[in-house]
Design a binder for this molecule. Structure first.
Ligand SMILES: Cc1cc2nc3c(=O)[nH]c(=O)nc-3n(C[C@H](O)[C@H](O)[C@H](O)COP(=O)(O)OP(=O)(O)OC[C@H]3O[C@@H](n4cnc5c(N)ncnc54)[C@H](O)[C@@H]3O)c2cc1C
Length: 221
């Protein structure tokens, strides 16, 4: 089923990530970690259906999406970047991307944090966040989506890693086998991995080798 929904607010999250607050149709439901296909309600854009993850708490009266904008070509996110309050999107059914199955390790790259943002916010609200750890990889400090919120929810259980900024205040290790062996105390816990294809492929490969079972979603090829 398709719903035409209006944009209620647009906020800047980082230099290339925006938060879109949109209308929530009556009775619309989803679970944290789920995504949907969105398109812009303009004739030439309706068929451009791209997946995005709900980052709102499920009981809010609106829906929130946290979207990385690619301005280097004329794709959907570049067009979303030009939209204003009151413009319309087409919202479709929610479908499963990543589901929380129990305490463990969340490993994200860039916009791959979005399903975890939804899950972690919900767990935080319910007081069930303890025993979860986040490893969040980005190129530079300014790319980290909602660093303060993540830190305030997870405290010491947050680890940001930075790959392309020598003077970063954060950890500069790659999330590889050596890193995981050093940081993970229990490979029998749940692992949730989301990010660009090469990162997800490498990390799930290492986790399998180390005896862990990972749920993974690829965000970009
Ligand atoms: C289940 C799921 C959930 C997702 N949830 C989110 C989310 O919540 N937030 C979010 O930000 N993303 C999310 N994504 C990723 C998101 O769907 C894509 O980033 C988005 O669809 C990109 O759309 P686009 O049309 O702007 O770019 P696309 O055309 O799809 O291109 C995406 C990538 O390819 C590069 N690229 C493609 N064509 C060109 C070109 N001609 N020139 C230069 N570069 C090019 C872009 O730079 C970019 O790296 C999700 C993906 C999946 C699978």
């Amino acid at each position: 089923m398709e719903h035409i929904v209006r944009i209620l607010a647009i906020n800047s999250v980082t230099h290339n990530v925006k938060q879109f607050i949109i209308e929530k149709p009556d009775g619309f439901t989803y679970t944290p970690g789920q995504a949907t296909e969105l398109s812009v309600n303009e004739p030439e854009w309706i068929e451009q259906k791209n997946p995005f993850t709900f980052t709102s708490l499920t009981d809010e009266h609106y829906l929130e999406f946290t979207i990385k904008i690619y301005t280097d070509h004329n794709g959907v996110t570049n067009h979303l970047n030009e939209l204003k309050i009151g413009d319309e999107l087409i919202l479709r059914e929610a479908w499963g991307a990543i589901e929380y199955k129990g305490p463990g390790y969340f490993i994200a790259g860039g916009a791959g944090i979005t399903p975890f943002l939804a899950i972690l916010r919900q767990l935080n609200k319910e007081g069930n966040l303890a025993d979860n750890k986040l490893f969040f990889a980005n190129k530079t400090d300014k790319d980290i989506i909602l660093a303060d919120e993540l830190k305030s929810m997870l405290g010491e259980n947050t680890l940001f890693t930075i790959s392309d900024q020598k003077d970063s205040v954060h950890d500069q290790r790659r999330i590889n086998e050596e890193f995981l062996k050093a940081q993970v105390t229990d490979f029998k816990k749940h692992f949730y991995v989301c990010g660009p294809d090469p990162m997800v492929a490498e990390i799930t490969g290492i986790l399998t080798k180390l005896g862990a079972d990972a749920e993974a979603v690829v965000f970009e090829k």
